[in-house]
Design a protein around this ligand. Structure first.
Ligand SMILES: [Zn+2]
Length: 438
């Protein structure tokens, strides 16, 4: 009897309240990079992506859809129309909160304001500020109620945004504050107003790990940027970091039981849902908009330019691009940054589109004449140079103007002349002249 009474009192006083959990599911994408159409392996495609998101969220009260940056840049439509159509189509994906990636800056920072106008979803970004500390985005974070849980989502981009990824003209007055310190500041500001704090970051992997280790009040870190994504979730003391593969080939799904009283994740399961156009039918309403935009660029990019006997990718493709640059610019030394090689050259008949996918950026070529004594080993790469002789060096204006690239190449003191030719056109012309690559 006494036992029963105690049990009753215990229930009435909610002895078990601290073990009560609520379900929360984060569906997340990153680095979609304007790849409206499925790739050469039939993976991805925005219409197919929409179908998968709609299937996963149908009737789901505990779901929230997040995008971790780099929606734009990576296809002819994006380059030609400066990202605008990508935001229009992204409005159909069901994204509820998004953050800025480094490539959102590619068309000049002012274009980001246009993206904000088009987007029907909010963009959170806590660490992109001008010298007075003013934020580029309207919200550093927001708090959304999902299945009765107050979920705070703080946006962040990598701290080395400007030095590593942008040139001074496109960054304008903006720079990125250190990620961990900024996240901590907003965690303190949010205080008791949230039951779970999530960071939505387009950040370096080391920064994700840093947040998990150093800001324990952040329970979940959803990221983008390294295109290969994570195979397994990154876990520190029960706090979880996740990242999906780029180009819309998969959607991340993090199912959690949230311990609301403790503001932590009690249990979780992370999976990545493949987006395969052979088994997923693209959403017709999305496809209609995509087809409209693709038709506008097709006559420019779907033209034959040659043939490749095999698929060429990675470091080998970088070397091929350097060869094309040296040939076309009549240069002794050429350089291509590996990070700027955005796709693989497919085997078989080549359309100009393949080169647009490899080189979506509107980078122009630069050229300079320098003494052998002025050239670093990063440029000459083992070739012997005569210190007194003049050599012609060529690269893209990105490499010539970007702070970390300039340091890497030892060209800080060298003056280049910018040419009118686009690197992409140079590659297309070079392939046309070659006819067949083997
Ligand atoms: Zn990216």
């Amino acid at each position: 009897m006494i036992y029963r009474l105690l049990l009753f009192l215990c229930i009435a006083a909610s002895c078990f309240a601290q073990t009560a959990t609520r379900a929360l599911t984060i569906l997340h994408c990153n680095d979609l990079h304007a790849r409206f159409l499925p790739d050469s392996r039939n993976l991805g495609g925005f219409a197919e992506y929409a179908t998968v998101i709609r299937r996963e969220t149908a009737g789901c009260q505990s779901c929230i859809v997040m995008n971790a940056g780099d929606l734009v840049q990576g296809s002819p439509v994006s380059t030609i129309f400066r990202g605008v159509p990508v935001y229009q189509v992204a409005n159909k994906l069901g994204i509820q909160v998004s953050t800025l990636g480094n490539h959102e800056f590619d068309y000049g920072w002012q274009t980001i304001l246009k993206f904000f106008q088009i987007a029907k979803f909010p963009t959170v970004s806590a660490n992109v500020v001008d010298d007075s500390g003013k934020l580029l985005a309207r919200h550093p974070y927001l708090i959304k109620k999902v299945n009765g849980i107050r979920v705070a989502v703080i946006g962040a981009v990598m701290g080395n945004l400007v030095s590593n990824y942008l040139t001074a003209d496109i960054a304008g007055p903006w720079h990125a504050l250190p990620v961990v310190e900024t996240v901590q500041k907003y965690v303190d500001e949010i205080g008791d107003r949230a039951d779970l704090i999530v960071v939505l970051g387009h950040i370096e992997p080391a920064e994700r790990l840093d947040i998990l280790r150093k800001v324990p009040k952040v329970a979940v870190v959803v990221t983008g940027h390294r295109h290969r994504g994570l195979d397994k979730a990154e876990v520190v003391d029960g706090r979880v970091g996740v990242e999906a593969k780029a180009y819309g080939v998969e959607l991340g799904r993090l199912d959690m039981q949230v311990d609301v009283a403790r503001r932590s994740v009690a249990s979780w399961d992370w999976k990545k849902i493949p987006v395969d156009s052979r088994t997923v039918k693209g959403a017709p309403d999305v496809k209609k908009v995509i087809d409209k935009w693709e038709a506008k660029v097709s006559r420019i990019v779907d033209v034959p330019i040659g043939e490749s006997k095999r698929e060429i990718a990675g470091a080998e493709l970088k070397l091929l691009m350097e060869r094309a640059m040296a040939d076309e610019m009549h240069a002794d030394f050429s350089y291509m940054n590996q990070g700027g090689v955005r796709d693989r050259l497919p085997k078989g008949k080549l359309l100009a589109r393949a080169v647009w996918n490899i080189m979506p950026f509107d980078n122009k070529m630069v050229l300079g004449k320098f003494k052998g004594s002025q050239l670093s080993s990063a440029l000459t790469r083992g070739r012997t140079v005569d210190p007194g002789r003049e050599y012609i060096v060529t690269m893209s204006d990105f490499s010539a103007d970007n702070e970390s690239e300039r340091k890497l190449l030892g060209i800080t003191g060298l003056q280049f002349e910018t040419k009118t030719v686009l690197l992409r056109d140079l590659l297309i012309n070079w392939i046309k002249k070659k006819g067949t690559l083997d």
